[in-house]
Design a protein around this ligand. Structure first.
Ligand code: FES
Length: 107
């Protein structure tokens, strides 16, 4: 079993960042982006209240857990939501997500 995974993140300016995520810390995708100081606001701190951790999944959405009702509801209120939209704070990173590629949304 791997103990770390790599996630690729495109920021709002189109810059690509490769993030290494140690799995034993139980980080969310939002936590990881914050740890690397990427431009993701995440104002509510991961409480599924602000939607400023909005991102688009650019590959392999099938390895992610289904959206929860709260996540679905928050995303439905944004003008920038696409079928690939997720809230990064609602995604707990696991070994299955190695190689995930996301883009931080403009909110
Ligand atoms: S950090 Fe606020 S909804 Fe994700």
């Amino acid at each position: 079993m791997k103990d770390e995974i790599t996630i690729t993140v495109k920021d709002q300016d189109g810059n690509i960042h490769e993030l290494i995520c140690p799995l034993e810390m139980g980080l969310s995708l939002k936590d990881l982006c914050k740890a690397y100081e990427l431009p993701m606001e995440a104002m509510c701190g991961g409480m599924a209240m602000c939607a400023t951790c909005h991102c688009y999944i650019l590959n392999e959405t099938s390895m992610l857990p289904e959206k929860g009702d709260i996540e679905e509801a928050l995303l439905s209120e944004l003008f920038t939501t696409l079928p690939s939209s997720r809230l990064a704070c609602q995604i707990q990173l696991t070994a299955a997500m190695d190689g995930l590629f996301i883009e931080i949304a403009h909110n």
